[in-house]
Design a protein. Structure first.
Length: 143
C-alpha cells in the first residue's frame, strides 16, 4: 500500500493505522492485494484500489474503487488521457464512510455484473472532514 502523508502526529499515526487496516480488510474481501491500493492523506483523505477487471460499457478502461473521507466508496473508470484522472460511474452511499468490507465487495460485484440500480447517482455527503482524530474515530472498528 502506497501512502502520501504530511508530517505524522499522534492523531495522524492513529488514523493511518486504522485506515490501512480497513483498506486491507476491504482488499482481502475483494480478493486483491494491498499493493493495488494507494492512500492520500494530504487533503481530504482518499484512497484508490485498482481492480483487475473492466466494467461493462467501459471495456477498454481501467476501473478503480475510490474511497473519500466525506463520500465513502465509489467506482471510477480511467480517462483516455492517461493522466491518472478518473470519471466516477457510481457511489456506494450508506450511513458511514467505513462501510463493511462485504458491502463494498457486493457494490463492486453488482457493478461488474452491470447492475447498478442500487447505487447512488451522485456523491453522498456521509460526513464532513474533521481532522485525523474524527476520521480515526469513524474507523474505530479497525484499530
Amino acid at each position: 500500500m502506497t501512502t502520501s502523508t504530511p508530517a505524522p502526529t499522534e492523531a495522524g499515526l492513529d488514523l493511518v493505522t486504522r485506515l490501512n487496516a480497513y483498506l486491507e480488510d476491504v482488499a482481502a474481501t475483494l480478493g486483491i492485494r494491498g499493493e493495488s491500493c494507494s492512500v492520500d492523506l494530504t487533503g481530504p483523505v482518499a484512497a484508490r484500489m485498482r481492480l483487475n477487471w473492466r466494467l461493462p460499457g467501459f471495456p477498454e478502461r481501467d476501473v478503480d474503487l475510490m474511497w473519500h473521507e466525506e463520500h465513502g466508496w465509489s467506482a471510477a473508470v480511467a480517462t483516455h488521457s492517461g493522466d491518472g484522472h478518473h470519471v466516477v460511474v457510481a457511489y456506494l452511499g450508506g450511513r458511514t464512510v467505513a462501510s463493511q468490507p462485504r458491502l463494498v465487495a457486493r457494490f463492486a460485484d453488482s457493478l461488474r455484473a452491470g447492475e447498478h440500480q442500487d447505487c447512488w447517482p451522485g456523491p453522498p455527503m456521509l460526513r464532513t472532514a474533521g481532522g485525523p482524530s474524527a476520521l480515526a474515530k469513524e474507523l474505530a472498528a479497525w484499530a
